[in-house]
Design a protein around this ligand. Sequence first.
Ligand SMILES: Cc1cc2nc3c(=O)[nH]c(=O)nc-3n(C[C@H](O)[C@H](O)[C@H](O)COP(=O)(O)OP(=O)(O)OC[C@H]3O[C@@H](n4cnc5c(N)ncnc54)[C@H](O)[C@@H]3O)c2cc1C
Length: 353
Amino acid sequence: MDVVVVGGGVVGALTALECARAGHRVTLVERGPLPNPAASSHDQHRNLRALHPGDPSTSLAGLRAHEAWLRLESVLGKRFYHVVGALSVGPRVSEATAVPGERLDSAELRRRFPQFVFPDGSTGFLERDAGVLLADKVLDAVVAWLLAQPDVDLLPHNEVVAVEPGAVRLAGGRVLHGDRIVVAAGPWTRSVVKDDQVTVRRQTMLYCSPPAWPALPAIPSLGTDSGAWLVPPVGGTQLKLSADSACRPVSEVDGTTPTRTDALVGLFRELVPAFEPGWVVGARDCHYTIGPDGGARLVEFAGGVLALTACGGGSFKFAPLIGRALTARIGGDRSEPTGLTAMDHPVPGGDPC
Ligand SMILES: Cc1cc2nc3c(=O)[nH]c(=O)nc-3n(C[C@H](O)[C@H](O)[C@H](O)COP(=O)(O)OP(=O)(O)OC[C@H]3O[C@@H](n4cnc5c(N)ncnc54)[C@H](O)[C@@H]3O)c2cc1C
């Protein structure tokens, strides 16, 4: 089939890769360069944790994502996944789970991770099959692979202005036709296909260069009410700090000057006793979109158009599963699961435009 993919972030790029591997002819359209540093996926790193406390099916999908990234490294012949484990701290993290790892009681948590101040009585779970994905290196590797495929056309610097059944209209008037169209334009998807149930979130992140930092796992949750998390410096990257409290709903996706930096500095001074504001070497606001259930959302429109109308705040790690499931769906197989309800049971839409 002829498949047109709109958006060269991690979801679009991996969907293009899976479609090409399945034998489809693929055109990947991106409004900026490929990869595009402005994409939500473009960053030094992203955490991969499988454990989603109280949600066994998403945790299982997380384990499948871990396997999928290891496989992708061997397909692409590049290293971008550092399996350093992941530490989650919080009230429900020690509940029964199929995720391999160690439960840490309060005393053990403090003994093993003396760098942090945890809330009183916190327990932890240290996952084994988890870690840090070097996001920009992932995008570089996938784009390099796509460039080498005879049946893949890459169209950087081409903005899609409308998506219609079976067709994609570019700025300048050119129209691309496809048997199937996948729209994965991240938080910008809503500007080309309609879904009024999607909202935008903007989150500030701090990038730090501490003088010394021990080898630590990814820490998707420090167990605080503020939802503090961090990505450790692995493979030459910086330490990244943020918190759910630095995330807010906004009406537009645009490049603003980050506004929550002081609040994050204050927060991490309390949580990391050694932290110095002088460690901070940069800050960035990044956007994602959510559907009504707080996560990603897939809508299946008329005329063979599949759109990830909400990209979700944790979809980087699931992107290989999403790419595979979308490709299976294009080939008529609706049984390939991502494990994510929003992907496995897409919402029907009418006309995309
Ligand atoms: C602060 C923050 C922290 C996060 N942390 C994690 C984490 O630790 N782990 C995790 O798994 N996930 C995390 N996420 C979520 C993850 O980054 C996103 O879910 C994921 O990157 C979305 O990828 P995407 O390909 O859908 O969108 P994007 O990466 O945004 O890609 C969309 C692409 O489409 C292009 N585009 C847009 N409009 C058009 C158009 N009209 N025509 C052509 N091209 C267009 C854009 O230029 C862009 O390149 C985080 C997100 C944020 C904001």
